[in-house]
Design a protein around this ligand. Sequence first.
Ligand code: SAM
Length: 509
Amino acid sequence: MPMAETSRIFHITILSTFSPLHHQPHISPHSLSYPSTLPHKRRTTTIHCSVSTTDTTKTTSTQIIPWGCDVDSLENAASLQKWLSESGLPPQKMALQRVKVGERGLVALKNIRKNEKLLFVPPSLVITPDSEWSCPEAGEVLKRYSVPDWPLLATYLISEASLQQSSRWSNYISALPQQPYSLLYWTRAELDRYLEASQIRERAIERITDVVGTYNDLKLRIFSKYPQLFPEEVFNMETFKWSFGILFSRLVRLPSMDGRVALVPWADMLNHSCEVKTFLDYDRSSQGVVFTTDRPYQPGEQVFISYGKKSNGELLLSYGFVPKEGTNPSDSVELSLSLRKSDKCYKEKLEALEKHGLSVSQCFPIQITGWPSELMAFAYLTVSHPSMTGQFEEMAAAASNKTNSKKELKYPEIEEQALQFVLDSCESSISKYNNFLQGSGETDLDVTSPKQLNRRVFLKQLAVDLCSSERRILFRAQYILRRRLRDMRSGELRALRIFDRFTKFFKRV
Ligand SMILES: C[S@@+](CC[C@H](N)C(=O)[O-])C[C@H]1O[C@@H](n2cnc3c(N)ncnc32)[C@H](O)[C@@H]1O
């Protein structure tokens, strides 16, 4: 499998995108590059807002955002469609309807052919980092500070949302989910409780930390300097969680526009299918955002696109759903391998790893079809003997995928130990999944309200689906590893028996 696509070593945080070709950049407070000099002029624009700051639940620190709608609501769909067609969206062969997969989605109204271009959303209806701000002063400040695309768009969305009817995007924003599904909305306790077995828990914690860090950084460097433009009642952690949740689940990269990031109203009502390969892009000939169908659709059928080659865990992380077990050909599970503390050469091995940007524990993606050569290189390094010190470096380099050599490393003398080490790591991971999945049949007794119960049942179901699909991949790896080890050992045994027979024979003669 193309390891670099999913390995955390290479994409520490893979942000969501519909396009399989382009990963979003890693957002962290450090990715915000501001000039050190501060602007002198204070602006006096007032933003009217009506953000509720009351905490509505005890267990989820989530406040209600006063814009958007319920994720399954069609309430605002009619006004969205009316506004879009008045603003230049050509007549569509699809309509926004309630659907079985994805709650709301676009459904074919007419026969749609394979290889047909659909949508044609004009650039004037697309939100990009260059979009005009309804409050231009706020936009100018962010540009002056060279705020990168993601935090810029997150702030833009909040700014436009808070202006309600005065924003030209108000019909779009009213149709956005009030609480986008994504792991950003899981509390730490929920992540620990439901996703302990999966490495996605770590990714979610990292992502939440990134979002919190990005908001705090903006607040410190910009918002606090311009409280009239960015009042805390509007620009706060909760509204940023919302806007980042929207970006993670709806932002696209348009390959034909040099990978420009964009929110594309209407197109972002399309749900994902693992069976579909087509994705959104800008079409120069029609000058609109389109996608080309890779299958025909009949009236009444839901039309899908691909959000990219993502594992079930990555889909849960950004979009808040898990495809049915066994239906996602891009599914993978991250297996964590670690150097043994008791290793006599622990220090030397760690040095070799660090030299190549790796650490004592590394995650490698395993697919149903196999695992990457980098994983085996790490395993070789872990089990290698002190006599192999001279090879630590090449093993670490191969584990980091930074070598130019395409040749897979082989160390026949330690292959059996390396495979056994991977098998042990795999089985220890499987037992964590078993513990969770066996325990997940039990009812939660500490639920405080029916609403809370629904949330728990919902999150638990997502976690059960994710863990079952990840465990299935590990079971397959376990089977392959056991078989290889058995073959290897029976081969060795056969060789030993032949050797034994030879020596006995020669002794006799
Ligand atoms: C780009 S939006 C698609 C439109 C969305 N259904 C709506 O009503 O706003 C992405 C969100 O749609 C939902 N979604 C998309 N594909 C899905 C699928 N295959 N299964 C379940 N939910 C899906 C998830 O909630 C995801 O966060």
